[in-house]
Design a protein around this ligand. Structure first.
Ligand code: PSV
Ligand code: MN
Length: 427
């Protein structure tokens, strides 16, 4: 299905006068504070977040799954779903594929479908955390870190194949996340497992085209519950540094133990010029994969505060970051949930752009703790939603994307086209 631009124009007309009152009010307020609201709106317009192909269906837990219906049945339909999101918000202009779930049958068809919907291909992702049908060797005891060379080779070759698919589609990076690790003390030699992983990654790295990046994603637990081979940012940074200048760390917000200071990790990785990408989600307990910003919006803001600082540090920020959502939708419509996540990311970004950096630095240098806190909280407590709407209106997106998704009955139409019992590949 396709969203006609007239539907967006009509929808926006209904919102325009109340929106205008709000943006004019904010404009005056920001002007007195010395902020260039126009510059902030432009930055918000330019900020795009990729959508993972595996987040378009209903997620679940090991206890059950309650599908919404109309889920994409193949790669083409996943691309169409991201096209719908992008038409609604003009901020989701890329899709990230997970191989082997998303192997294209015909590259040219897939590329033209994506470009007709104004979509690019973000990082490609390998999968050595599941055995595929007809796979004779198993990843049960690891992949790139496995004790047996033949299993490591299978995983290495898979990653090279993923890069080859990505090259055909115009991707420029591969994200490697390993579930490798151990469930019981004594099961694995930590040092040998790490060295084997590095050797395997070096072989994959050799296969990377010059204008590509490899993003090394870390995670402290799950599906292994005693240790993982790449548990934290330190190990990821160590590997990325040993691999070379095309290797970077990837931060997934759900891949930290409770109360970890993620913004400080961001600051350090950016100082080293080694932050390559982000997977956004939110969590209360573990890798819950909830809607971005729904539990800890202040943490998200603080992370953006460091990201902006890092991106303004031209000496160390030489490679643009890959922004992506990595969430799961158990009880919400996946498309509505993704719209909410993109919105939350843009809100945190706009709020962080409102931090008076010069005053903050002065307060820090003079150890004025109270003022430093107030400067940050003043920005965080600003209602920037009219900035996000203004950006959307200017881009030809919907003022209220969830509202339009509902009034156009998009899910009902998808169910009519695809059926109620369709299941998207993914987790
Ligand atoms: C692992 O939990 C992860 O965050 C990695 O990014 C995977 O590639 C993704 O989820 C989906 O399996
Ligand atoms: Mn992730």
């Amino acid at each position: 299905m396709k969203i006609e631009s007239s539907a967006i124009t009509d929808h926006n007309q209904d919102f325009y006068s109340s929106h205008k009152t709000e943006i004019d009010f904010l404009n005056k307020k920001m002007d007195t504070k010395g902020f260039d609201l126009e510059g902030i709106i432009k930055k918000v317009i330019d900020f795009n977040v990729a959508i993972p192909s595996w987040a378009l269906g209903t997620g679940g837990t090991r206890f059950g799954r309650f599908p919404t219906g109309g889920e994409p049945r193949n790669l083409e339909e996943k691309i169409e779903d991201v096209g719908l999101l992008h038409a609604l918000n003009k901020s989701s202009g890329a899709i990230s594929l997970h191989i082997p779930w998303d192997i294209p049958e015909n590259y040219d068809n897939i590329k033209s479908l994506a470009s007709n919907l104004d979509l690019k291909f973000d990082a490609v992702n390998s999968n050595t955390f599941q055995d595929q049908e007809n796979q004779t060797l198993s990843y049960k005891y690891g992949s790139l870190s496995h004790t047996k060379k033949q299993v490591r080779q299978l995983a290495i070759d898979h990653n090279k194949e993923v890069i080859d698919h990505g090259i055909q589609l115009g991707s420029k990076s591969i994200t490697v996340w390993l579930s490798d690790g151990s469930n019981f003390p004594g099961q694995q030699n930590f040092r040998k497992a790490l060295m084997r992983t590095l050797d395997s990654l070096l072989e994959i790295y050799d296969h990377l085209p010059n204008d590509w990046k490899v993003l090394v994603e870390y995670k402290p637990f799950e599906p292994n519950f005693y240790s993982t081979v790449i548990p934290d940012w330190g190990t990821s940074l160590l590997l990325a540094s040993k691999l070379g200048n095309k290797a970077f760390s990837l931060v997934d917000l759900g891949h930290h133990l409770p109360n970890t200071n993620i913004e400080q990790i961001v600051a350090t990785l950016m100082l080293e010029g080694k932050l390559g990408g982000f997977h956004f989600n939110d969590s209360k307990f573990a890798d819950d994969d909830l809607t971005v910003g729904v539990i800890k919006p202040y943490q998200l803001f603080l992370i953006f505060n460091e990201l902006i600082y890092g991106m303004e540090d031209k000496a160390n920020y030489t490679q643009p970051l890959s922004w992506m959502i990595d969430a799961s939708h158990n009880v919400k419509d996946p498309l509505e949930d993704l719209i909410q996540s993109v919105e939350a990311i843009k809100i945190a970004y706009a709020q962080a752009l409102l931090v008076d950096r010069q005053k903050l630095e002065e307060a820090r240098e003079t150890n004025d703790v109270v003022l430093a806190q107030n400067i940050l909280q003043d920005a965080f407590r600003t209602d920037v939603r009219s900035i996000i709407s203004e950006a959307r209106i200017r881009m030809g997106a919907a003022c209220n994307p969830v509202g339009l998704f509902r009034s156009l009955k998009i899910r009902d139409q998808l169910i009519k086209e695809r059926g109620l019992k369709t299941i998207a590949t993914g987790l």
